[in-house]
Design a protein around this ligand. Sequence first.
Ligand SMILES: Nc1ncnc2c1ncn2[C@@H]1O[C@H](COP(=O)(O)OP(=O)(O)OP(=O)(O)O)[C@@H](O)[C@H]1O
Ligand SMILES: [Mg+2]
Length: 190
Amino acid sequence: MFTVISESEADTVRFGEKIAAKLKKGDIIALTGDLGTGKTAFVKGLARGLGVAEYVTSPTFTLVQSYKGRDVSLHHFDVYRISDEEEMFEIGFNEYLYENDICVIEWADLIKNLIPPRAIWIHFERTEDGADKRRITVRGLKANDYTCFGYVGTGSVGGSGKGWLPYGRNNHQERKNPFAESYSDDPPVA
Ligand SMILES: Nc1ncnc2c1ncn2[C@@H]1O[C@H](COP(=O)(O)OP(=O)(O)OP(=O)(O)O)[C@@H](O)[C@H]1O
Ligand SMILES: [Mg+2]
């Protein structure tokens, strides 16, 4: 598990883009968090990272919207208005999950029984200090597999990088913010 602090919508979009670069075909990303905490902003970044050309909006009234990316399609679900899990079977949710594309689900906690255990869970929340800050907590991505996340703890997505806690054997290294634009080299795997 690791946590980052986003300071703006653009930060959250960039974070989605960074995550996209590390995904494998068939990955499922389950998003949770209150209204307006940045789930759709994150999906916009994910789409950009996967090479989706279309404009991404929340598919609230259709439950799912699919986009063609460079190498893989992105299926974007928003289940906020779902009344019961049965509706997901009607739209063929299971087929989407096993298509070897990327599935991302907003309000995934409302259908948590239908989310496979291999899913990556990402939680979005406001922080006390400032209207534009969001705490983003990621579960299910291993730092060793996703070396750009070879840092755990609380850090800022686009800021100075102060507050990043180096991961494992990287402790002796200079602190670097893996989300800063200038960051290019992956840290060594611990
Ligand atoms: N750090 C931030 N990250 C993301 N969005 C932010 C941030 N700071 C402010 N915002 C604003 O918060 C709102 C986030 O909206 P978004 O649609 O992404 O939320 P959401 O979690 O998908 O909400 P919903 O549950 O209604 O679908 C936007 O208006 C955006 O400008
Ligand atoms: Mg949304």
